[in-house]
Design a protein around this ligand. Structure first.
Ligand SMILES: Cc1cc2nc3c(=O)[nH]c(=O)nc-3n(C[C@H](O)[C@H](O)[C@H](O)COP(=O)(O)O)c2cc1C
Length: 318
């Protein structure tokens, strides 16, 4: 799969997830053969006012390339400035968020709210595409609600605006993350445009990934929640699609060693205080379904420094 001039080694893509797809997690999934990583969503206004948390999100490591930085906002001019900013930060691709359902975002006219204003969405896409030299992609949903399903219309506008690829999450804004993703809409989008389409929603296994490709004809596969605590999924899916082989699940020891590496990177990039606290959530995902998982989670939540966390891991490795 290719997005503009950027060639992907495989079409298995990490979805943007606020609070999850920070630099350490992106590096980790990259080591597990992920074809393309997306950043957390970055606020156009945060960049304009040089908010320190927003500026931290711009850190890119060459080992994670190619990387897509996702921006959100609701005005063509400020989105163009944000795009210039992230291009200067060194991103390979810029993605525009038109799918975020959270009230805080949509009440400002950003994220999925842009699906209710296709003309404005079009102007934002054009202004970003005209401002930067890197390929620009867009990610949106099926529609706002069941009464306004307009992913196909949005896709056609995106293609007209010069967008290089589209990611479609097969749920409406009203659904948030509940119910089942509608893959049929992904197929309809794929049939309506010539640019690459990335299918998203409910891929949790290599079999789901293959079924998505067959049922929708999409070019790329985007995995979100299925990667939480499970960075191995990219290698499993890529290998299955390439050879039909199902790789063995990671052993408990492998799981613990990847957690340790994840913790190390979080502490390195964010400092011990924040790193340990953020690792609690990842730790719960990594250990879901393991023996004693609720006890482990409790102990993670009590960990206040790296040594505490490591002690829990060592204890459960034995
Ligand atoms: C915790 C979390 C944070 C998310 N943050 C973003 C985001 O910043 N930008 C975005 O476009 N989508 C975001 N999403 C949506 C995902 O990218 C994806 O579209 C959705 O989870 C469906 O895919 P999945 O079924 O593979 O999880 C987020 C989802 C989750 C669960």
């Amino acid at each position: 799969m290719q997005i503009g001039r950027i060639k992907l080694v495989n079409p298995v893509i990490l979805a943007p997830m606020a609070g999850v797809t920070d630099l350490p997690f992106r590096l980790l999934v990259k080591e597990m053969d992920c074809g393309l990583v997306y950043s957390e969503m970055v606020s156009d206004k945060g960049l304009l006012y040089k908010n320190s948390h927003t500026m931290d999100m711009l850190k890119i490591d060459d080992r994670e390339r190619p990387v897509t930085m996702q921006i959100f906002g609701s005005e063509p001019a400020s989105m163009a400035s944000a795009a210039r900013f992230v291009e200067q930060a060194g991103t390979d691709i810029i993605d525009i968020n038109m799918g975020c359902p959270t009230p805080k975002i949509v009440k400002n006219g950003s994220g999925a709210a842009l699906m209710c204003q296709p003309d404005l969405a079009y102007r934002i896409m054009v202004s970003v595409v005209e401002t930067v030299n890197v390929p620009v992609t867009v990610k949106f949903r099926k529609g706002w609600n069941n009464g306004s399903i307009n992913a196909v219309e949005m896709a056609k506008l995106a293609e007209k605006a010069g967008i290089a690829a589209i990611a479609v999450h097969g749920r409406t804004r009203e659904q948030f993350y509940s119910g089942e993703a509608d893959w049929n809409i992904i197929r309809q989008v794929k049939e309506s445009v010539g640019i690459p389409v990335i299918g998203n929603g409910d891929i949790r296994t290599p079999y789901d990934a293959q079924r998505m490709l067959i049922e929708t004809g999409c070019d790329g596969l985007m995995i979100g929640r299925g990667a939480q605590g499970n960075p191995w999924i990219f290698r499993q899916v890529a290998q299955y699609l390439a050879t039909g082989e199902i790789l063995p699940l990671p052993t408990v020891a492998e799981r613990l060693s990847v957690m340790l590496r994840h913790l190390d990177m979080l502490v390195e990039y964010k400092g011990e205080y924040l790193g340990v606290r953020e690792m609690r959530r990842h730790g719960a995902w990594y250990t879901k379904g393991l023996h004693h998982s609720s006890e482990i989670r409790l102990r993670f939540n009590q960990a206040v420094c790296k040594e505490d966390f490591v002690a829990v891991l060592e204890e459960f490795e034995e």
